[in-house]
Design a protein around this ligand. Structure first.
Ligand SMILES: Cc1cc2nc3c(=O)[nH]c(=O)nc-3n(C[C@H](O)[C@H](O)[C@H](O)COP(=O)(O)OP(=O)(O)OC[C@H]3O[C@@H](n4cnc5c(N)ncnc54)[C@H](O)[C@@H]3O)c2cc1C
Length: 471
C-alpha cells in the first residue's frame, strides 16, 4: 500500500507529492493530461518554434514562495529570469507608471504627490517580507505566525477594501497601477481584503521581482516532477481519475482538483455546495513578428504590462465581468512579454506575447477584437505584428483543465470570506469528511497562483495524519 496518492500534477499537486516524498513517504501522482504542469505549462500553440505559456507566465508568487525556495529546483533546471522592470502600467499619453525592484523608482513614476504615500505604504513591510510572506501564505487559522506584530499591521492595512487603501493616493498613476494589481486575482476593487492582494504583488516585486521561467513555465513543473522522481515518487500521466476506486490502495489521497470534482470523485455529497466560482478569463497567445510597439518606453522593457487607462476603467471592466454578466467593452488586461529576457521562446527576431482579459463565468463569446482595440491604444500598430494567435475562452480553459470551472483561473471566487477561508469555513481547510481524503489545489489557502503553498500546507496536514497512524 502506498502512503499517499496525489490526483493532479499542477504546481500544488507536485509540491504536495515532493513534500511527502522528502519525508520518506511513498507517493504516486496521477494526472489526466499527457504532461505534468496544470497551470504551469508551455506549448507550441501557434507556429513552430513559438513556445507559449497557455496559463501562468509571470511568477512573483513563485520566486517568493517559501515552499519553492526550500526546494532544490534550480538543480532540476528551473532558472528565474528577471526583466529590467517587473511591471509597467502605460497610459494613453505615452507615459507609464512602473513597478520596479526599487521602491524609489516606483514611487517616482507615480509623480511627486504620491511618491511619499507609496514609500510609507510599502517600506515598513519590506524588511520583514520573508516572515510576512510565510505567515500570509500559511494556514489562516491554525499556523502560529512567526511575526504576529507585522502580520497584524499588514492586516490593518490590507483587510479593508483596496478602494480604502487607494485613498492614500491623489493621482491616477498610482491608483490605476494599484487597481491593476488587485485585478490579478479578479477581485472587485471594493472587496474585503483586496488591499492585501495589491500589497502582496507590490512587495513581491520589491523583494524578488516578477520573473519568468527560462524556457517557459513548464520548467517549474518539470523541475518539481524530476525532483519527485529522484525522491522515489512516480508520476502517471494520461490517467483521469473519476472515482476513488480508480486509484491504487493508499493511506491518504490528496486532490489537486476543484472542490466540486473532489466531492463527485470521493462521494462527499453536498459538502462543498457552498463553494463559489468567480468570473472567467479570455486568453490570447500571440506569435509576433517583433516586439510589441508600446508607445511608453518603460513598457518595452517590462516583463508584465497591465492595460487599463484609469482606475475607473479597470473597475468598470471588473464589474462587467464579475457582477453584470457581460464582457467589458474596454477590458482590463494583463500581458506578459517573456521575450524581453528569454529570447529563445521564439525564432530569431520574433516574439511570443501573452494576454488575457476578464469575462463572465462560462462566457462563450470572442473577446479578441476588444482586447486588440485596447492594445492599439497603448501600442499603435500592434495588429500589424501579429503572425498568428491562439485563443481560449472559458469553455476551452475549462475543457483543458477541469479545475478552471467556468474559466475561473483561480479555481474559486476570491471574494468575501472565501478570499482567506477556502474551500470552507474550517479549521482544517485541507481535510475533508473522509479521513483519508485531502485537498491541496488553489481552492485552498493561500489561493491562486503558482507558488505550491497550498500543496505544501496540505502535505503538512497529510504527514501529521500519517504519523499519528504510525504512532
Ligand atoms: C490563463 C491563465 C493565466 C494565469 N497566469 C498566472 C500567472 O501569470 N502567474 C501565476 O502565478 N498564476 C497564474 N495562473 C494561475 C495558476 O496557473 C494556478 O493558480 C495554478 O496553476 C494552480 O495550481 P494547482 O496545482 O492548484 O492546479 P492546476 O495547476 O490547475 O493543476 C491541476 C491539475 O490537476 C489535473 N486534474 C484535474 N482533475 C483531475 C482528475 N480528475 N484526474 C487527474 N488529474 C486531474 C489537471 O489536469 C491539472 O494538471 C494562471 C492561470 C491561467 C489559466
Amino acid at each position: 500500500m502506498l502512503d499517499a496518492v496525489v490526483v493532479g500534477a499542477g504546481p500544488n499537486g507536485l509540491t504536495a507529492a515532493v513534500e511527502l516524498a522528502r519525508r520518506g513517504f511513498s507517493v504516486a501522482v496521477f494526472e489526466a493530461r499527457d504532461t505534468v504542469g496544470g497551470g504551469a505549462r508551455t506549448e507550441e500553440l501557434t507556429l513552430p518554434g513559438f513556445r507559449h505559456d497557455p496559463c501562468s507566465a509571470a511568477h512573483p508568487l513563485g520566486i517568493n514562495s517559501p515552499a519553492f525556495r526550500a526546494l532544490p529546483l534550480e538543480r532540476y533546471g528551473l532558472e528565474w529570469l528577471q526583466p529590467e522592470l517587473p511591471m509597467a502600467h502605460p497610459f494613453t499619453d505615452g507615459t507609464a507608471a512602473v513597478l520596479s525592484r526599487s521602491v524609489a523608482e516606483t514611487a517616482a513614476s507615480f509623480g511627486a504627490r504620491d511618491a511619499g504615500a507609496y514609500r510609507r505604504l510599502v517600506e515598513p513591510f519590506l524588511p520583514k517580507w520573508d516572515s510576512l510572506a510565510r505567515d500570509f501564505m500559511s494556514l489562516p487559522l491554525t499556523a502560529l505566525p512567526r511575526d504576529p506584530v507585522t502580520l497584524a499591521r499588514f492586516g490593518l492595512v490590507g483587510l479593508p477594501p483596496s478602494t480604502w487603501l487607494m485613498r492614500r493616493f491623489r493621482d491616477e498613476r498610482a491608483k490605476a497601477l494599484f487597481s491593476g494589481l488587485v485585478a490579478h486575482v479578479m477581485a472587485p476593487l471594493s472587496g474585503f481584503a483586496t488591499g492585501a492582494i495589491g500589497l502582496v504583488f507590490a512587495l513581491a516585486a520589491h523583494a524578488r521581482g516578477w520573473p519568468v521561467a527560462r524556457g517557459g513555465s513548464q520548467s517549474i513543473s518539470d523541475a518539481l516532477a524530476a525532483y519527485l522522481k529522484d525522491l522515489g515518487g512516480t508520476v502517471h500521466t494520461d490517467y483521469e481519475v473519476k472515482r476513488l476506486d480508480d486509484l491504487p490502495p493508499a493511506r491518504a489521497y490528496v486532490f489537486d482538483t476543484s472542490p466540486t470534482a473532489l466531492a463527485r470523485i470521493a462521494g462527499l455529497g453536498r459538502y462543498y455546495d457552498g463553494y463559489r466560482y468567480g468570473p472567467g478569463v479570455f486568453k490570447v497567445d500571440y506569435a509576433l513578428d517583433g516586439p510589441v510597439p508600446w508607445t511608453a518606453p518603460e513598457a518595452r522593457v517590462a516583463g508584465t504590462v497591465q492595460i487599463g487607462a484609469s482606475s475607473a476603467e479597470i473597475g468598470t471592466a471588473l464589474r462587467a465581468a464579475s457582477r453584470e454578466g457581460r464582457a467589458p467593452d474596454k477590458p482590463f488586461m494583463i500581458t506578459v512579454q517573456p521575450g524581453v529576457v528569454d529570447p529563445d521562446r521564439a525564432p530569431e527576431g520574433k516574439q511570443v506575447f501573452w494576454a488575457y482579459g476578464h469575462v463572465p463565468s462560462g462566457w462563450d463569446g470572442d473577446l479578441t477584437d476588444a482586447l486588440e482595440r485596447q492594445l492599439e491604444r497603448f501600442a499603435p500598430g500592434f495588429r500589424d505584428r501579429v503572425l498568428a494567435r491562439a485563443t481560449a475562452g472559458p469553455p476551452e480553459l475549462a475543457a483543458r483543465n477541469p479545475n478552471y470551472v467556468g474559466g475561473d483561473i483561480g479555481s474559486g471566487a476570491v471574494t468575501g470570506l472565501q478570499i482567506l477561508l477556502r474551500p470552507k469555513l474550517s479549521l482544517s481547510p485541507y481535510g475533508t469528511p473522509h479521513p483519508a481524503v485531502f485537498i491541496c489545489s488553489s481552492a485552498t489557502p493561500p489561493g491562486p497562483g503558482v507558488h505550491g503553498m497550498s500543496g505544501h500546507n496540505a502535505a503538512k496536514a497529510v504527514w501529521r495524519r500519517l504519523r499519528q497512524q504510525q504512532a
